[in-house]
Design a protein around this ligand. Sequence first.
Ligand SMILES: Nc1ncnc2c1ncn2[C@@H]1O[C@H](COP(=O)(O)OP(=O)(O)O)[C@@H](O)[C@H]1O
Ligand SMILES: [Mg+2]
Length: 377
Amino acid sequence: MINQLEQNHLPKNVKADILIVDDTPDNLRVLSAMLTNQGYEVRKALNGQRAISSVQLEPPNLILLDIKMPGMDGYEVCRNLKASYPTCEVPIIFISALDDALDKVKAFASGGVDYITKPFQEAEVLARIEHQLRIQELQHQLVEQNKELLRSNRDLEQFAYVVSHDLQQPLQSVTGFVKLLQLKYGCSLDEVAQDYLNRIFATGNRMQKLIQDLLAYSQIDKQEQMLENIDCNEVLNQVLDNLQEAIVTKQATITHDSLPTVQGDETQLIQLFQNLISNALKFIPEHTNPSIHISATAQKNQWHLGVRDNGIGIKPEHLEKIFEIFQRIHSTQTYPGTGIGLATCKKIVERHHGKIWVESQFGAGTTFYFSLPMVKV
Ligand SMILES: Nc1ncnc2c1ncn2[C@@H]1O[C@H](COP(=O)(O)OP(=O)(O)O)[C@@H](O)[C@H]1O
Ligand SMILES: [Mg+2]
């Protein structure tokens, strides 16, 4: 069926295939002559039933449909065609005589895209037909471009996954051997050589972090999502445990509201909280102790959670771009990182049908908010 529709899409310079449905043979002749003159392929049907069979057999690019016909009227034919794929994709222009009471609302409600009234003005009919065909063409392009985008996005994610997965092991052996070299032969090397080894080790570690982050990012959409009732208090405890070292070194204070139980994937929620809290611990001015609060408020059928810090803040012009992958505002020397954390958070929240956003005051602090679905009762 899809192929049929794709074939139906017109290459440049090929005129459209138009079906005219009218129970008056004279009307059919006039319209048909007019359109054939313009180079259109024309098909004709004298009643609704034949029209439907013709469209089902091979969908035209457009239908001109008389409203008043014995048996099935135009509205009914239209509703019938709109009820199933691929006939629903064909634009329908209604034709009505001037003395018919044209019910425009009904015409649009049954799925028509336009209407023309008899007697016709040739130029107007042609203009309306061209217009609808152009809209159909643009819609088709949009669908195709969307498919292409999805495809290339999937390819890119697959590429990121394979590369990061396959790079992990060789890199581990590089850093492993450097460590061995330091341990076994470190004391027989001069200071310059030791400095070189230290740098190789540090660079290897940075690369490992980048690869781990990239792997985590590309796996979000790959993994089967395990939706369960998850107590966010437990998620937070786990995350605070994971970040214990940074919390103690930075003498951070972390407080939180009583957190809700939400519908979510536990591993992904841990990643989400951990990315946000580790940012809150990291983007802090020198000699300031982080003070972080995790809030939760109930909105309609969602929870809004927030992670507030007293850090360096973000300038308004940077607020949009930080959710894009690899986008960082600071150099890795000032604040180490890979620029993948927030892109991962965004993906996770969107997979939970939520939104993530940020409010910040440059120099004073930042709050990241995200919404998560409430547990269905
Ligand atoms: N709590 C925060 N305070 C200030 N800036 C932040 C905060 N969180 C994130 N940012 C900014 O957003 C950028 C992207 O964050 P993220 O994707 O987590 O990358 P990374 O932490 O690896 O730098 C950071 O480099 C930083 O500039
Ligand atoms: Mg981060």
